[in-house]
Write a protein that binds this ligand. Structure first.
Ligand code: PLP
Length: 401
């Protein structure tokens, strides 16, 4: 066996697996990265093979290319899934599986701390199609059975919850959902498959905004859905019926991002935890919402199910409202004000929780969400101190007038 041939070695560590994913350089002249194939037409050798196109590996650009296959295979290896589809955004990775597994008249249970645009899809498209959407408390666990009905088609989870990071007992919810034949989906964007593998906890479909850590550089949008053997066919058929796939250059950026995701996440996670602990000790902060902090209500659930934390968490200001939140954000010089996360750069936003009905906004003050990037922690702390100083100045001005 030559050095360029792939061997089935012992199960390797995460970073080794990311560096030597299932893509085999020997299958493409030894080039260490997967080829970027731009394609619509694929030529068939003769009419017979065209007629029997089900037997041919590649038939049309939309239906798969070596580039798309390389990323799908990487994600299958990381998620332990039977198949993965790629879509042009994280939000499409939410909408396509919901469309694949729900029909008019079905009941759909969605965790209340879900990513806001997911809720918007449910409230608009799903309701218009006649789906009965109901939201549930992230802390329900096995008690989800009180909400399940014979016509519940899908139970949609996100762990931890968006912006407020509520943890849930994934296995208990999925086991109960399967009891009525519902399909379970989980938005796994925060943990990435490095820190949580949903299919090992009873989830049927694991959803990612690859836009975040897998891309890692704030320059690409993509989503993926990784499925079990029982669900992949219906998912794939719906993807193809809708005519959705991902562009080769974007797929390449995600393949490239995955190579360094392990080391980036270690840094994001460690810096975020340091800053979260530091914020816990500040009088300007009422609470820090970070699953790895022992003070966080979902901490035990996180420890039991997850093997790490990424760089996104929130904190609750001790008092104040929009003016204090704006003063804090406007004083920041390193943290950018922008949506999304998972890139190299730190970001801050005032989280809007106005759509919540059960997991409602904390009462103490505004929720500031931080994406901790790859910068040096002391610089980020100094920046956050500028924010706190601006709030103090605002209070001082009010007091003086
Ligand atoms: C960002 C995000 C999405 C959507 O991803 P886009 O690529 O921005 O469409 C979905 N779910 C979660 C949890 C996210 O944070």
């Amino acid at each position: 066996m030559s050095k360029t041939e792939k061997q089935d070695g012992p199960v390797a560590g995460l970073n080794t697996r990311l560096s030597h994913g299932p893509y085999n350089p020997a299958g493409y002249h030894g080039f260490v990265n997967a080829p970027v194939v731009h394609a619509s037409t694929v030529l068939f050798p003769n009419a017979g093979s065209m007629r029997r196109r089900g037997e041919v590996r590649y038939t049309y650009g939309l239906r798969g290319t070596p580039t798309i296959e390389a990323l799908e295979a990487e994600l299958d290896a990381l998620e332990g899934s039977a198949g993965t589809i790629l879509v042009p955004s994280g939000l499409a990775a939410v909408s396509v599986p919901l469309l694949a597994f729900l029909r008019s008249g079905d009941h759909c249970l969605v965790v209340d701390s879900v990513y806001s645009p997911t809720r918007n899809f449910c409230e608009t498209v799903l309701k218009r199609l006649g789906v009965d959407v109901e939201y549930f408390d992230p802390s329900l666990g096995a008690d989800i059975k009180t909400k399940l009905r014979p016509d519940t088609g899908v139970v949609f989870l996100e762990a931890p919850g968006s912006n407020t990071f509520e943890m849930m007992d994934v296995r208990a919810v999925c086991d109960a959902a399967h009891g009525v034949g519902a399909v379970t989906m989980l938005d796994n964007t925060w943990a990435t498959p490095l820190y949580f593998r949903p299919l090992e906890h009873g989830v049927d479909l694991s959803i990612h905004a690859l836009t975040k850590y897998p891309g890692g550089h704030s320059d690409v949008m993509m989503g993926s859905v990784s499925a079990t053997r029982e669900t992949i066919t219906q998912l794939r058929e719906t993807q193809m019926a809708l005519g959705i796939n991902a562009s080769p250059d974007d797929v390449y950026l995600v393949l490239r991002g995955l190579k360094t995701m392990g080391v980036r996440l270690e840094r994001h996670g460690a810096s975020a935890l340091t800053i979260a602990q530091w914020l816990e000790g500040r009088e300007e902060v009422a609470r820090v919402l970070h699953p790895a902090l022992p003070s966080f209500p979902g901490h035990d659930l996180w420890r039991r199910q997850f093997s790490g934390t990424s760089g996104l968490f929130s904190f609750v200001l001790a008092g104040g409202g929009f003016d204090e939140a704006d003063a804090f954000l406007d004083a920041l010089q390193i943290f950018g004000l922008g949506y999304s996360w998972g890139g190299f750069e730190s970001l801050a936003v005032h989280a809007n929780l106005s759509d919540r009905t059960i997991a409602v906004a904390p009462a103490e003050g505004p929720v500031i969400r931080l994406q901790i990037g790859l910068e040096d922690v002391p610089d980020l702390q100094a920046d956050l101190e500028r924010g706190f100083a601006a709030i103090a100045a605002l209070k001082g001005n009010r007091h003086a007038s």
